[in-house]
Write a new protein. Structure first.
Length: 634
């Protein structure tokens, strides 16, 4: 029988249970209803984990499939300062040389044992990024170094707790971020650096998470950044109390889509030939800069594009901005005598003159528009062809006058000057061409000589290509195709004719005249080829200085193509202020010769050389009043 005392005890206990369950119920209601909006994000933050997966950046390859820019797996190296404890200095000394980081900066990161959260609360700091994009071999070196650090202690004398501390320090204090990174590598170092460009890191935010992404900063890397980058993937998952992923609770799992591969028209071997030859020329002539462009005239395909000074895109920050500038498209200058091809081509196309017509060249001095124009030789009568052969300023000026301002301006624009070529590179300038309404009287005589306007090296080369391929101006073609990671062609780029500038018959006449430039009577005898006929034009332009023109600083150039009557290759060379020699035929002609012979051999072009006696005999018959003395000018 239950006594009154037992009943009271049971009632007391029951009351406590009721109160306890009531309190628990209230707490549950408070947590799930009242504080739901506050606590749910905190709970998810403790258990939910989001990862962003970076797609593999596409490769840049040459026309034969050789890799020029690739992305290799890499690590983001992280640290847990709470595990490093008092040993930050020792770890710093061991890892700073491997990570190539200043010791002071690394020590600062490893010593951050505390951090504050969004609410300003102090928390143990268990995660800090030391360095991104660390090559795998470097990470292995870091791991091996950490594993073998002794920290001045003997394992036999440690307690179990101490042994566990040093085990964690050696194996867990330095660790890679769980999502793989990648490192952009340019395996050929400086080769085609101005074409390829380089990449950098940009910090952005995705769903509240800071993200560092690789972006193209210049060159093809910049222009085709979106196609190369691909599309990132992501994963949303749950973790347990030991920070392990609960795979069966994955909520989202989207694989990244790797970037496309960009296949250039560039041929790495042709690029190598060009770069080795202009490097030798730079050592000999000591110019401020030198550029070279190699093009297939009929298609506009670029086989090589080189600029000195250059840089290594693996470490672009080690070079001044001036070295990273692609002068082929960014710089503009007065072209000098190479521009004579425009006025002569226009005059021939209009029927204003024939190659055999004779022009009186004023014996070397011609007063016009308040100025006196000069030639480097006291030429009397020259044929139109002879004006090209000898590069007569006065002869070109008189042809400009025959054309007139409007027609001359028409051909300047038709050949592509005053507008961007459309090459797939950033920073291209359109040059500087004034309309005739803004010309002084003397401009009609100065412009045919290559003064009074500014052009880019790219524009000048493609103007010559238009003459070489029958009068058609082509758009520069630098990218051949885009491929997916499996090698399937996604986009194929085709040659693009811009316009027919001159009639094929006029272009053929120009080729005939330009072939004489590389004979003994021409200004570029040193550019002649042993195995191929060639045609071209020299240029020597004084550099602007203090509102006038320098008397000892020049732009020197030569643009030529071969074989002359069935052109396969056009080569343009420009030097800015060479210190040893300055006439285009003298300093750039031999560079053209060496590059052209090597490229012709590499491409297996069939030799087509004519007997020298026949070529020079025909030339002498077409140069009335011209001395047989060899003159290398302009």
């Amino acid at each position: 029988m239950i006594t009154a005392r037992q009943l009271r005890r049971m009632g007391f206990i029951g009351g406590l249970l009721i109160l306890g369950f009531a309190g628990l119920g209230y707490r549950l209601v408070e947590l799930h209803v009242v504080q739901h909006e506050v606590l749910l994000p905190q709970s998810e933050a403790n258990t939910r984990r989001s990862f962003l997966f970076t797609p593999r950046r596409g490769e840049i390859r040459d026309i034969r499939g050789n890799p020029l820019a690739v992305s290799l797996p890499a690590k983001t190296v992280c640290a847990d300062p709470s595990l490093i404890g008092p040993h930050a200095e020792e770890v710093t000394r061991a890892l700073a040389p491997i990570l190539a980081m200043p010791e002071a900066r690394l020590y600062e990161l490893l010593s951050r044992r505390w951090r504050t959260n969004a609410q300003g609360q102090w928390l143990t700091n268990r995660f800090v990024i030391l360095k991104r994009k660390v090559p795998l071999e470097t990470w292995e070196q870091i791991r091996h170094t950490m594993t073998n650090l002794t920290f001045g202690v003997e394992g036999r004398k440690l307690t179990r707790a101490q042994a566990q501390f040093y085990y964690n320090l050696r194996t867990k204090a330095i660790f890679p971020y769980p999502v793989e990174d990648q490192l952009r590598i340019y395996p050929n170092q400086r080769l085609a650096s101005h074409v390829l460009g380089y990449v950098g890191l940009r910090e952005t935010e995705v769903n509240g998470q800071p993200v560092f992404e690789t972006v193209g900063m210049d060159g093809i890397e910049r222009v085709f950044d979106r196609q190369l980058a691909g599309v990132r993937g992501w994963r949303v998952t749950e973790k347990d109390g030991k920070n392990r992923e609960l795979v069966f609770l994955r909520q989202e799992d989207v694989e990244p889509a790797d970037g496309l591969n960009v296949v250039l028209t560039l041929d790495a071997q042709v690029q190598y030939i060009v770069e080795t030859e202009i490097a030798a020329a730079a050592r000999q002539h000591q110019p401020d800069s030198i550029t070279c462009l190699v093009v297939r005239p009929r298609t506009g395909e670029i086989l090589a594009m080189a600029t000195l000074p250059d840089f290594d895109p693996n470490a672009p920050g080690d070079y001044p901005p001036d070295a990273r500038r692609n002068r082929m498209v960014t710089d503009m200058n007065e072209p000098g005598s190479t521009f004579k091809i425009v006025v002569v081509a226009g005059a021939l196309n209009e029927g204003a003159v024939r190659l055999e017509d004779v022009i009186f060249c004023e014996n070397g001095a011609f007063a016009f528009g308040g100025r006196v124009l000069h030639d480097h030789h006291r030429y009397g009568n020259l044929t139109v062809e002879g004006i090209i052969t000898k590069s007569s300023n006065i002869g070109a000026a008189k042809l400009g006058m025959k054309l007139g301002e409007e027609r001359l301006y028409h051909y300047i624009r038709a050949f592509g000057f005053g507008e961007r070529t459309g090459v797939s590179l950033p920073g291209e300038t359109p040059g500087l061409v004034y309309a005739p309404k803004n010309w002084e009287k003397v401009k009609i005589a100065q412009i045919p000589m290559g003064h009074g306007l500014a052009v880019t090296r790219m524009q000048m080369a493609y103007a010559m290509c238009a003459i070489a391929n029958g009068g058609v101006l082509m758009r520069p073609l630098l990218v051949d195709r885009l491929e997916d990671p499996d090698g399937n062609v996604v986009v194929k780029y085709q040659p693009h004719p811009v316009r027919q500038v001159i009639r094929p018959e006029a272009a053929a006449q120009m080729v005939r005249a330009l072939k004489t430039v590389v004979t003994r009577e021409g200004t570029a005898y040193k550019a002649r080829l042993e195995h191929y006929t060639c045609a071209g034009k020299t240029g020597t332009a004084q550099k602007p200085e203090n509102g006038g023109y320098s008397h000892d600083k020049y732009y020197s150039s030569f643009i030529g193509f071969f074989p002359a009557d069935q052109p396969e290759v056009c080569v343009s060379i420009v030097m800015d202020y060479p210190k040893h020699g300055y006439y285009g035929g003298e300093v750039c002609g031999p560079v053209f010769q060496r590059i052209a012979e090597r490229i012709g051999n590499y491409l297996n072009l069939k030799p087509d050389v004519e007997p020298a006696q026949q070529a020079e005999g025909r030339l002498a018959a077409r140069l009335p009043g011209a001395s047989a003395k060899r003159v290398e000018r302009n």
